[in-house]
Write a protein that binds this ligand. Sequence first.
Ligand code: ADP
Ligand code: ZN
Ligand code: ZN
Length: 739
Amino acid sequence: MFADIIIDIQHEKLDKIFQYRIPESLEGKLGPGMEVLVPFGKGNRQTKGYVTGLSETCDYDLSKVKEVAGISEKGVEIEAKLIALAAWMKENYGGTMLQSLKTVLPIRQKENAKVKKRLRLLLDKETGKRQLHYYLEKNQKARARLMAALLDDAELEYELVTKKLNITASVIRALEEQGVLCVETEQVYRNPVKQTVKETYKLSYTQEQEQIIRRFKRDYEAGLRKTYLIHGVTGSGKTEVYMEMIRTVVDMGKQAIVLIPEIALTYQTVMRFYRRFGDRVSIMNSRLSAGERYDQMMRAKDGEVDVMIGPRSALFTPFPDLGLIVIDEEHESTYKSEQTPRYHARETAVRRAQAEGAGVVLGSATPSMEAMYRAKKGEYVLCQMKNRSRMQQLADVYTVDLREELKSGNRSILSRKLTELMRDRLDKQEQIMLFLNRRGYSGFLSCRECGHVIKCPHCNVSLAVHRDGKMRCHYCGYTQPRVKKCPECGSSHIGEFRAGTQQVEDIVRDTFPSARVLRMDMDTTRQKDAHEKILSAFANEEADILVGTQMIVKGHDFPNVTLVGVLAADMSLYTDDYRSGERTFQLLTQAAGRAGRGGQKGEAVIQTYSPEHYAVVAAAAQDYEAFYEEEMRYRELMGYPPAENLLALFVSCENENMLEKGCHYLKEYILRVKGKRRADVIGPASPGIDKIKDVYRRVIYVKSADYDSLIVIKDRVEQYIEINSGFDKMRIQFDFNPL
Ligand code: ADP
Ligand code: ZN
Ligand code: ZN
């Protein structure tokens, strides 16, 4: 037997795995993550390494393969635990061990050029001038040039100095050593509050909050580590509950990770944690440079931090004694990685917690089907919060049938009901949010008169309209010509469903000329911080109406918003994947939850061509249970997750012919491996976009109730494509239960 071992886990070039022979004395004793001692380099210096995997074959010259010297005596370090986690991720999500290692280990990188450095003059003008004379006398031209520049401008950008003034780093260093100047790094992220005043008052928790907190404490103090799913309506006080749970864990000397979708990682949220935990909190976000991220990770490892808040990647914070992982808004799709390994933070968190003796708390107003399914099966502890913390009522929701609007001659995107309510709010100087849940790249066809949507006869998802005039199913590849008339009612009012936020803004301005309107979408948020600016302008009541995409339903609390309009619920209802119902329900529920967060009761209007669709009906009634039941029936019937599991193989290649052939062989091979196992192989089909930058793409799906069967198939396919050089020109990626 041989062990794969990495020596250096700190550096960017973490890409070398060495193979060592396992001596008899260590057989059966090694596993991924274990720290070992190995001879390394020319002098065979005893060096620390980590086992990343075991194999029976060796890729190198056997006579040159060295032997593992022994197991390191020191206790298990955090890196070892993370490496073991990486091995699990490789196994469960596919890809290489190196890809997994790079995902979980904090890697020091060369300081990113994007980090701005500045030079600052430390001398006063007079001393500076004398220094300049001194350099000139000594004929030290570069130093003199820099000195002169600093006398003109006491702060200079580092890049400008090196590039424009042609001054080398060693000259700068020399002046730094002489105490003439200092080099400053602009801190991209700063602790938003220097001296935090810790909260002294204590909330009196609601009965629902109290119950969950007590349950958690009881379990935790008894040494039980479980996964809790908090299903709590928006504003029920979930964040307060998380903080109290974290308090429990931190008081025991342990640390906590809080995952929040980046979009919801707002100043408001962060401040709440600072107020509670002071500077023992650290924040991770995408604005940090690689170097800064590394520093934060090291602070966590060294015990300087108790709570790490951040998006998905913060899950791998190397805390020495992890006590709790909180995942807020657990249903968000951003918790699934889009790069190999395509891990899901929820499952990975549960795995990490299990290995390190920590608890997990998931929270959402609209739990994912996966989480609720597991909770109902008893894998997670289900906790409910049905009331808002300050007893505000949930909004009244109206559904408007857009087919009726058309029949009565209203062709505007604003229904009569919505227009009437908008007028009312503008009169009362209350705020309005209009929301277009636009998503997906391909349009679907629907009938404006009867609402009928053209679907795949085999998959029960909508067919996507392609430019070549055909309609295709992105699951099975079924194709048919584009229909001209509605097959249900014969109407020729059938078309692609498209509308943009820009158009909506124009219509709103036309209809209400005196209203102040803000728009938030991809176009208006391209600039850095634009996002935050628009939201805070709206929060400061600088506008009456905010028009936007799904971005606007998350994050900020707007107490003065009492009306929310969903302009076309159908836009997300008929995207071409099996999760469209779930996503629509979530978006509609969240949108409705935006109305009436302050004192007054809110109202929400859902406009749709499908008022009878269960996702719309359940969202309007704010009835999660009803939605879950119906959706689960559909998933079970069709064998979609979480009822069964789905493995997607994304295959891409520059040569379309070769791709077709490759997919054919892959499918044949999968069918052979599958043998008698209960699994369905579907496709190859074209994914949403079947060609990107001249690279053709296909997808093959394997569906099975048994996850382990899918892992076996993945492993065998990985071997198959490695042995067959025909696949060299193809890129094959695995995705388990894709979102
Ligand atoms: P969620 O995370 O469920 O949306 P939050 O924790 O953000 O809810 O709470 C919503 C609002 O209610 C916040 O302003 C919070 O400070 C407040 N709040 C939460 N719990 C209580 C409580 N027990 N008493 C009074 N206010 C509370
Ligand atoms: Zn029709
Ligand atoms: Zn189909």
